[in-house]
Each structure stands twice: as C-alpha cells, then as structure tokens.
Design a protein around this ligand. Structure first.
Ligand code: NAP
Length: 262
C-alpha cells in the first residue's frame, strides 16, 4: 500500500534507538524526509547513516540534545523545512515508590512526558492546519490504560498528556484541516529499555534473566515481545494519507496483554 507521504518532512524525537528509531525507519522507507533527535550524538549519527542507507532518496538531519530543553526543541524545529509529521517520544520516568518521590521528581516526569510533547504540538499544529495536512503521533505507554504500580510517575504524566490530546485533537480547526493527533501505547517491545528492565528485575529478585523473561511472556497472549519495526509500521500508517479520519485515539499495541473488552 502506498501511504502517500513520500516527500513529506517528519520530526521524530528520541529516535536513535528503540521505538523512535522503528518509527523513523518506517517513515524513511515511505520516502519521508527526517529530522531525528536523541541525546548521544554518536548513536544518533549512526542511526542517521542507517536511515540514509535504507532510502538514499531522502534527507536525514540529526539534531543531538535533550528534547526536554527548549533550546534543543528550537534547533530540531529549525532543522525541519516544514513539519508535516511529528512523532513525540522521550525516555520514560524511572520506577519507584510514590512515598519517595519529591515535587522535583514529579515536575521532571511531567516536563519530559507531558509538557515537552505539548510544546512541540503547540509549535507545529497551526501551520499543519494552514497547509491542510498534519499528523502527530505521541508514543505513550500501555500504562495509560492499565497502570503499572512501580511506574507511577509514568502513569500520571502520560495520563495528563492523554487527557490534553483528547481535547485538542477534537478541535474542529485542526480536525477539519486534515490534522490528526493520536497516541500509540506500547506494551512490552523488545528494545534496550525492556532489556534493562528485565535485567534489573532479575537482579532485584535474585532470579535469572531467562526466568524473568519467561514469566513476563506468560502475561502476553502472543507469547513474544513486539518489535520496533512492527511499532514503526503502525506509526507510519497513522501518519499516512489514509488515516485522515482517525483522531484523538489511543491505540494499544501489546500482543493481547490488556485483558479488557474495550
Ligand atoms: P529505548 O530503547 O531506551 O530508546 C530510547 C531512545 O530515546 C533513545 O534513542 C534515547 O537516546 C532517546 N532519549 C532518551 N531520553 C531522551 C531525551 N531526554 N531527549 C532526547 N532523546 C532521548 O526506549 P524505548 O523502549 O524505545 O522506549 C521509548 C518510549 O516508550 C519511552 O518513553 C518508554 O518509556 C516508552 N515505553 C516503552 C515500552 C517498551 O516495552 N519498550 C513500553 C511502554 C512504554 P539517548 O539516550 O542518546 O538520548
């Protein structure tokens, strides 16, 4: 299927590894020019080279820095001739017990996983509406639908973003101008982050990585973790011309792990 987005420009945040990179790869394959971002310049440059090798017809610009910083966001936006597609992504907040979290911990989480994507949305959607095409995809988490106790900072901050997006996406001035805003909710995907989490769980519980991994897989009817390429393919479809009638939605990709009907 031709997604009809070849030649468009996308900003993909936190894209040197994992799910963000999966989205960048899928968009590159569709002929979308990219501005990608992550903090470590070396890993980001390696990903930029990989994307160019995937499709030598596209431009790929790498802007290194913490996307939570206003200056970095400005550099990312300046590097993009026009933002047709915005994929919001960032590192997730650390796990822990809410009794230990300070106001500063909460502000950090809300800043990274709620206010940073909102700032980027604010900077881009009105121009998208004027041009009559825009796609925003926010990578959030399955924890928005089924909270994970130790990830309280993530449950809270991402739910804040989700509530805001639910209202914004339905503004007629955006929706009637072919600008859609949707959230993609990953369940367990095979990325560095998941691998760190499983290793940490094995260490804390005194178990083996193999046992901890098998236990986690038992909670997923698909009996496997998702891949970043699967995630990216779904994101590219949401960014396509074909997905113009879908906005304000939360789409869970979790191999059937969420037990509810709705
Ligand atoms: P990952 O494999 O660890 O990759 C994270 C990417 O984000 C890297 O490119 C990293 O590069 C970049 N990054 C981190 N902090 C950044 C910052 N402040 N500014 C710019 N770039 C930054 O993680 P992932 O598994 O793809 O997860 C992506 C998001 O999905 C996270 O928010 C995570 O919590 C959420 N999520 C993931 C899963 C899963 O199973 N994988 C499940 C639910 C939710 P640098 O470190 O160089 O900056």
């Amino acid at each position: 299927m031709d997604l009809h987005i070849s030649g468009r420009w996308a900003v993909v945040c936190a894209a040197s590894k994992g799910l963000g990179k999966g989205c960048a790869r899928a968009l590159a394959s569709e002929g979308v020019n990219l501005v990608i971002n992550a903090r470590s310049a070396d890993a980001l440059e390696a990903t930029a080279q990989e994307l160019k090798a995937l499709n030598d017809q596209i431009s790929v610009v790498a802007v290194a820095g913490d996307i939570g910083r206003e200056k970095v966001r400005a550099e990312v936006l300046d590097a993009c001739p026009q933002v047709d597609i915005l994929v919001n992504n960032n590192g997730g907040p650390p796990p822990g017990d809410f009794r230990d979290w300070t106001r500063e911990d909460w502000i950090k989480a809300v800043d990274a996983n709620m206010l940073t994507p909102i700032e980027l949305i604010k900077a881009t959607v009105d121009a998208m509406a004027k041009r009559g095409f825009g796609r925003v995809v926010n990578i959030t988490s399955g924890a928005v639908k089924a909270p994970i106790e130790v990830l309280g900072l993530s449950n809270g901050a991402r739910s804040g973003l989700t509530g805001f997006v639910a209202g914004l996406a339905r503004q007629p001035q955006l929706a009637s101008s072919n600008v859609t805003i949707n959230n993609l909710l990953p369940g367990p995907f095979d990325t560095e982050r998941l691998s760190h989490a499983l290793n940490a769980e094995a260490t804390v519980s005194g178990s083996t990585l193999e046992k901890v991994t098998q236990a986690r897989l038992q909670g997923i009817p698909a009996r496997r973790f998702g891949t970043a390429d699967e995630f990216g393919a779904f994101c590219a479809f949401l960014c396509s011309q074909h997905a113009g009638f879908m906005t304000g939605q939360n789409i869970l990709l979790d191999g059937g792990g969420y037990p509810g009907t709705y």
